[in-house]
Design a protein around this ligand. Structure first.
Ligand SMILES: [Zn+2]
Length: 182
């Protein structure tokens, strides 16, 4: 009897510890500028971006990138570092200023209000593709977001602001779309 209970206990313990493994690990690094706190918004799009530090020093330095965001009064909900760590900059329930002047395929120009923005740290240099760890993290994050909202669009910044924006850079977009539908 005790053995049976013990086995059930161990099984439950194993399940409870293994369950979160499917969800990406996210570290909070919430920003104060480049966002707006709102009480209610309808999330229907995920917009993928690239960013890097252009102010000198390590182009992949996360803190330098965040200082750059503060200067330009922009942000994203998430930023994925080169090592695959996902930082939460803005809570999903709030609006992040990541899209700028842009338009969703259905004509909605209020993109920030209806989307979640994800920055992948990559430079424009054609040799600087996102790392495998970054792409794994991005796929896990997008799948997780899609499981929680009715997402109509997963788009590149360049899809919603053609002629103005070219990011995400050096990303195999077709392969990424295949991965998130698996
Ligand atoms: Zn962008």
């Amino acid at each position: 009897m005790y053995i049976k209970r013990f086995i059930i206990f161990v099984t439950l313990l194993f399940v409870s510890f293994s369950a979160p493994c499917n969800r990406p690990i996210i570290i909070d690094k919430l920003v104060k500028i480049g966002k707006r706190t709102v009480s209610n918004r309808n999330i229907e799009a995920i917009i993928v971006h690239s960013t890097y530090n252009i102010s000198g020093g390590d182009k992949y330095d996360v803190d330098k990138i965040l200082r750059q965001f503060t200067r330009y009064k922009v942000s994203a909900h998430y930023l994925i570092a080169r090592n695959g760590i996902i930082y939460r900059l803005v809570k999903e329930k709030n609006i992040s200023f990541h899209a700028g002047k842009s338009c969703l395929p259905d004509g909605n120009k209020n993109v920030n209000s209806h989307s979640i923005g994800i920055e992948v740290v990559t430079s424009k240099d054609s040799l600087d593709a996102p790392t495998v760890k970054q792409m794994d993290a991005l796929v896990a994050l997008v799948k997780d977001i899609k499981s929680r909202y009715k997402i109509k669009y997963v788009l590149r910044h360049s899809d919603i602001a053609p002629g103005r924006k070219t990011d995400p850079w050096n990303m195999n977009w077709e392969e990424f779309l295949k991965q998130i539908d698996k």
